[in-house]
Design a protein around this ligand. Structure first.
Ligand code: AMP
Ligand code: MG
Length: 504
């Protein structure tokens, strides 16, 4: 194993650090994983390391968007209920039919959705406007040129960039890669995270507990946090408080970890702080106090010849959880060359007073509901029951020791297991699209989009979540951010505003 000096970690030993300084020091150490070639279907959760362009125009041929009859608009120009146009049906074209068809003027060809438009036809009459005839068809409505026709290149033209490097591959992007004609894509893979908890007191959940012992919850929680952040996470059996055993246990994991995470054993000065004792020897991991609560004792550095980043999180479960969200989650994104995992912050008013230690930033567990946030009772860093009820962290700045009810605070929204809802922003807040439509005829909220002269952009947000007002407000924020960052292609500069999916 190559040993590097503490200076190499970019994090100097120091008595105390702010949250931001610690976050920056960590991120300055993270190098994105090398791109790999993946089958596009296996790339979900990976981050694109190349642009994906359309191999052919999309669609690649003119086709029908409805089941109906291919005709010439001229032949059906006079069609009406009172004066139907009757045409002879000369054939039928199904989706996938690769035959070359030609429409003879004065006739119709039955056509299915997605089927090639026959040469000579310039419109499709939907079956609903006809008597659905077989040998002949009676048409009751005129169809204009292009009616129900999807022209070649109407979605994208050959060579157009459909996905840009840095985009996370979600189901939509996988569909785009498939439609672009790709078999493989170059991506930064999901980071592999290995979690080890330490402590003589740890007992495997599901086995009997004897007095003096606790069930290990940290390793399961942190592995789940890592998965929630898109990593491939595994946990190892808890490591006892044996200074000689910790380093070998960690080294064993190095070959299959992009990040190592330990919990426990890094308190301030305890003689059982085996993680600290074992890693200090290496000189590549630095321990420091971060001016926050919970989660003051932190350690970060690199380990092994491949300089695998290692986080040593505090043992108390709430401290470990908060530390993960603030420090490890951004590092997981950085390994994939992105910063798209940061948790949204909103402002809310306190429904009860809160207290905080001097000169430390508190992250209090709370329940955010609309514009109000309620601090939970049970703010001890061991109080996992309250953590289980929280959906947000209330931030009390370093310079405050108490805040009264009604004060406005910043609130960090925790990753939430929501279902998908299409939302749209308007009138200053985000609401579900359907509600917006009901409430007003105007469901558009316009954002200036750089590079789009005179065009409007409606940022609809697809967030993962029950439409709680808190979520809606977060969605609003995301929409604005997204609208600002959207680059304008010819298709997005069209007069019709388009929705955008925010993916996390
Ligand atoms: P430590 O950081 O090792 O001093 O642990 C601080 C507190 O966290 C102690 O009360 C430990 O029992 C508790 N703790 C440590 N590891 C875990 C774990 N894996 N699961 C639950 N609690 C833990
Ligand atoms: Mg311990």
């Amino acid at each position: 194993m190559t040993s590097v000096s503490p200076r190499d970690t970019g994090i100097a030993d120091g008595p105390s650090s702010t949250v931001e300084a610690y976050q920056s020091a960590i991120l300055s150490e993270i190098r994105p994983l090398a791109p790999v070639s993946r089958d596009f279907a296996d790339a979900e959760g990976c981050v694109l390391a190349e642009d994906v362009t359309a191999a052919v125009s999309l669609p690649s041929f003119d086709n029908s968007s409805m089941d109906g009859y291919a005709v010439t608009a001229e032949d059906v120009a006079g069609a009406a209920n009172s004066s139907p146009v009757r045409l002879r049906v000369t054939g039928e074209i199904a989706a996938g039919d690769i035959g070359a068809y030609r429409l003879v003027p004065g006739t119709a060809i039955k056509i299915m959705t997605g089927a090639q438009l026959p040469a000579g036809a310039d419109a499709v009459v939907p079956v609903e406007w006809t008597d659905d005839g077989i040998a002949t068809v009676e048409i009751y409505r005129a169809a204009e040129v292009g009616n129900a026709v999807r022209y070649a290149g109407g979605d994208a033209v050959a060579g157009e960039t459909l996905l840009t490097a840095g985009v996370r591959m979600r189901p939509m992007q996988i569909a785009v890669a498939a439609s672009a004609g790709r078999k493989t894509v170059s991506v930064r893979p999901r980071p592999r995270v290995v979690v080890l908890s330490t402590g003589d007191e740890l007992t495997e959940p599901g086995t009997p507990l004897v007095p003096g012992r606790i069930w290990d919850s940290n390793s399961y929680m942190i592995a789940a946090c890592a998965r929630e952040a898109g990593a491939v996470a595994t946990r190892r059996a808890a490591v006892p408080d044996d200074p000689a055993g910790v380093l070998p246990a960690l080294q064993e994991q190095l070959s299959h970890a992009d990040i190592l995470i330990t919990t426990g054993g890094v308190s301030m000065g305890g003689e059982h702080d085996v993680v600290k004792a074992a890693l200090r020897e290496l000189g590549t991991v630095t321990f420091r106090k971060v001016a926050m609560q919970p989660g003051m004792p932190q350690g970060f550095g690199v380990i092994g010849k491949d300089r695998v980043p290692i986080f040593t999180l505090p043992g108390n479960p709430v401290s470990a959880y908060v530390s993960f969200q603030l420090f490890v989650r951004p590092a997981i994104a950085a390994l994939q060359g992105t910063s798209d995992l940061s948790l949204p912050t909103v402002q809310a008013s306190l429904t009860a007073p809160v207290h905080s230690p001097p000169s430390r930033r508190s992250y209090l567990r709370g329940v955010l509901d609309g514009s109000k946030v309620t601090p939970l009772s049970g703010q001890g860093s061991h109080q996992i029951a309250a953590l289980g009820r929280a959906n947000a962290l209330i931030i009390v700045p370093e310079w405050e020791t108490q805040l009264p009810e009604g004060d406005t605070v910043d609130v960090l929204i925790l990753p939430l297991p929501f279902t998908l809802l299409p939302l749209i922003t308007f009138g200053g807040s985000a609401v579900p699209l359907a509600t917006a439509r009901r409430q007003t005829g105007t469901t558009r909220r316009s954002f200036p989009v750089s590079g789009c002269r005179g065009s409007e952009f409606t940022a609809a947000t697809r967030t993962s979540g029950a439409a709680s007002p808190a979520l809606l407000s977060a969605a609003d924020k995301l929409s604005r951010r997204l609208a600002r960052s959207v680059s304008c292609s010819s298709s997005t500069s069209a007069a019709t505003p388009r929705g955008v999916c925010v993916t996390r």
